[in-house]
Design a protein around this ligand. Structure first.
Ligand SMILES: *Cc1c(COP(=O)(O)O)cnc(C)c1O
Length: 423
């Protein structure tokens, strides 16, 4: 059924390590040959074998408007015709920075980069430069891109591959503390012991790389208070959550002020684009005004900015968030009472917030990495394949989020629900 995909994968394995340009695409966690996709439109993707699938992965988050949204494609084509890159400032960068700062008031200033990894790497360097301190508190299972200092206790593909760190990474002991997500006491204990050495607390305000794990009541407030207590910066890594639950960041929505915020995925509209922003006093430490270096040949690329700008404008204009969230709730209801024995799991818990969800094959609620890891990944793999056979593409790992887009129709959702009930 997937013979073209299988052929491409076998060719790929000869010339690309593991056949993929990002590990999770290899389907190691779910088994079977990974898919090759030739096009996407709205909520659907078409595989190299001509199969149409309804996509709930959305390129891991960027595609909140669905695939190849007409206005975004137009904006990209128009920008490309005017030149793909200059390495010189363009008016569009200024307009986009103004738009982001106006929608995310906690950001006085913003710098554009090419990937979430770069945004977070720079945010950390900036926090260390600004505070003159070295230690970082991140949470076990939090994924903040693949820069060296952050591949410690990281989630996402590292978790999927069953490793929580990487060879070739030398991080001094004590540089990165790894309390459990949602564990307020652990953070307080670390600040008690090392507070005056901590440069930053970095957190996904809603964890998305150990599967979807929302913050417990008071957790983010606690981080703000503890950062203030010791003079560390609070960094919200909003690469997934930014513009996900409303036309702003999650931090803005819940009224908690971060010192630095990283954005990516949605704000690039499907192109390689990310950003870091925050308090002016901190951002002014970046070169060329400050002493913390950061640069990029393609930073603020005009084609990428055109895609991001149009995407953000459409999100503001159309405000699809209530609609998406209602669909999310409907899906969550349909999962209730799901007979999971069919995939060999004894427990089932659907984690859902707005249009984001993770079916966990374990006992809920899931509040941290240890609880996520206790889930039955074999059952998850069986569920993934059962849904794929029925025409639905979900993230091929237990430790990732599925995303509902504004392009999913009621009929798509009904079909998804029937498929789940049919398993
Ligand atoms: C995806 C992600 C990143 C990394 O972004 P890339 O564009 O893949 O480099 C960083 N932080 C979080 C929270 C993410 O989900």
């Amino acid at each position: 059924m997937n013979s073209q995909s299988a052929r491409y994968f076998s060719r790929a394995q000869k010339v690309i390590p593991g056949g993929v340009n990002s590990p999770v695409r290899a389907f190691n966690a779910v088994g079977g040959d990974p898919l090759y996709v030739v096009k996407g439109h709205g909520p659907r993707i078409t595989t190299a074998d001509g199969r149409e699938l309804i996509d709930f992965c959305g390129s891991w988050g960027p595609l909140i408007l669905g695939h190849a949204r007409e206005e975004v494609v137009e904006a990209v084509a128009k920008a490309a015709r005017d030149g793909m890159t200059f390495g010189i400032n363009t008016p569009r960068e200024v307009e986009f920075a103004e738009l982001l700062c106006s929608l995310v008031p906690v950001m006085d200033q913003v710098r554009l980069v090419n990937s979430g990894t770069e945004a977070v790497m720079t945010a950390l360097r900036l926090a260390r430069g600004f505070t003159g301190r070295r230690r970082i508190i991140k949470f076990d299972g939090g994924y903040h891109g693949h820069s060296d200092g952050l591949l410690v206790g990281a989630g996402s593909g590292l978790l999927t591959g069953g490793i929580s760190s990487s060879a070739g990474v030398y991080v001094d002991e004590g540089d990165v503390f790894l309390p459990a997500y949602n564990d307020k006491q652990a953070v307080s204990d670390l600040i008690d012991a090392y507070g005056d050495e901590v440069a930053a607390i970095i957190v996904e305000p809603v964890a998305g790389n150990m599967g979807l794990v929302p913050p417990v009541d008071g957790f983010l407030e606690h981080l703000r208070a503890e950062a203030d207590r010791c003079g560390a910066l609070l960094i919200f890594d909003e690469v997934i959550t930014g513009f996900r639950f409303g036309p702003t960041t999650y931090g803005e929505q819940v009224g908690i002020t971060s010192d630095l915020t990283t954005l990516g995925k949605i704000i690039g509209g499907g192109m390689p684009l990310a950003a870091l922003g925050g308090r002016k006093e901190v951002m002014q430490r970046l070169a060329p005004v400050g002493d913390v270096y950061q640069a990029g040949t393609l930073s603020g690329n005009p084609v990428a900015v055109a895609a991001g700008m149009k995407t953000v404008e459409l999100l503001v204009e159309e405000n699809p968030y209530d609609q998406i969230s209602n669909v999310g709730k409907k899906l969550a209801e349909s999962f209730q009472g799901l007979e999971t024995n069919c995939v060999g799991a004894h427990n089932f818990y659907l984690s859902q917030l707005g249009g984001v969800f993770t079916p966990f094959f374990g006992r809920g609620p899931i509040r941290n990495l240890a609880e996520a890891k206790a889930c039955d990944t074999k059952a998850h793999a069986a569920f993934f394949h059962a849904m794929l056979d029925r025409g639905f593409y979900l993230p091929p790992s237990q430790f990732e989020c599925a995303f509902i887009s504004a392009a999913h129709t009621d009929a798509d959702i009904e079909a998804f629900i029937s498929a789940v009930q049919d398993i």
